[in-house]
Design a protein around this ligand. Structure first.
Ligand SMILES: NC(=O)c1ccc[n+]([C@@H]2O[C@H](COP(=O)([O-])OP(=O)(O)OC[C@H]3O[C@@H](n4cnc5c(N)ncnc54)[C@H](OP(=O)(O)O)[C@@H]3O)[C@@H](O)[C@H]2O)c1
Length: 239
């Protein structure tokens, strides 16, 4: 077992969710102290249980990361308590759609922008200055295949994920040469419990497991990936 993150601090936004939980556990396995944002206490409890003896290395904060002030306060707390922020992974996001754009409620459009685009915006603005000061840090934002592949019935989702990808691309160009790196991963369908329930007749074996995507994310956050800046890594598997 490689231990690439011993003594490092990883902040996982949405770190108790379907993908986020696997990312949190993978960082713990590799020696990191892990701070997660969560919304439901039972999700945090489940993560701590799953982490077993490493559960004490998890710290949870109930934060709405689409709120810029709350995101800044979160990063300030991490810094005050731990003195560093080595990796930030934003797994907050979600899908709403299945209707044509002209039928979509504007409220849903705005929610999609908040969840998929504003989350990364608020978190980056809070975390990047800290990483720049350290001259070290890695940010990975979870976008989606839909950022590139704009299907019917998914206009708000696709636009929000495409926006998130563009945001991270620009940010990566801005931090070039500073020791800070910014990259995105693009999942297609992930083998989460929610997807199994939503698509019970699908062939689950074709879907990448959260743990497999987590390994790619950890690689991007690791020093092994120090030459990777501004990438959008497809993690579609066979789906
Ligand atoms: N699952 C897929 O097939 C798939 C495919 C392509 C891309 N992705 C992307 O991959 C990422 C992870 O997906 P997932 O399936 O793991 O989603 P998930 O299970 O819903 O996890 C997201 C987590 O973020 C939390 N969250 C939602 N809004 C938040 C907010 N404003 N502030 C803080 N936390 C918030 C959620 O809490 P609640 O549970 O309370 O909502 C949940 O714990 C997302 O960006 C998603 O768009 C997923």
């Amino acid at each position: 077992m490689t231990v690439r993150f011993s003594g490092k601090l990883a902040l996982i936004a949405g770190g108790t969710g379907g993908l986020g939980r696997a990312v949190s556990l993978a960082f713990l396995e590799e020696g990191a102290k892990v701070v997660v944002t969560y919304r439901k206490q039972e999700e945090l409890d489940a993560l701590e249980r799953e982490a077993g003896s490493k559960g004490s290395s998890i710290e949870g904060h109930r934060v709405d990361v689409t709120d810029e002030i709350a995101a800044r306060q979160l990063v300030d707390r991490v810094l005050a308590e731990h003195g560093r922020l080595d990796a930030l992974v934003n797994t907050v996001g979600g899908y709403a759609g299945g209707v044509n754009l002209w039928e979509l409620e504007t409220k849903v459009f705005e929610q999609q922008l908040a969840l998929n685009l504003r989350s990364g915006y608020a978190l980056s603005r809070a975390a990047i200055p800290v990483m720049l000061k350290q001259k070290y840090g890695a940010l990975v934002n979870v976008a989606s295949k839909a950022a590139l592949d704009h299907a019917a019935g998914a206009a708000a989702y696709a636009a929000s994920k495409a926006g998130a990808l563009a945001l991270m691309d620009s940010l990566a160009a801005e931090v070039k040469g500073t020791g800070v790196r910014v990259n995105s991963v693009l999942p297609s369908i992930i083998d989460t419990e929610a997807n199994r329930q939503a698509m019970p007749d699908a062939d689950f074996s074709k879907w990448p497991k959260p743990q497999e995507i987590a390994r790619v994310i950890l690689f991007l956050c690791s020093d092994d990936a120090r030459v990777i800046q501004g990438a959008a890594v497809p993690v579609y598997g066979d789906s």
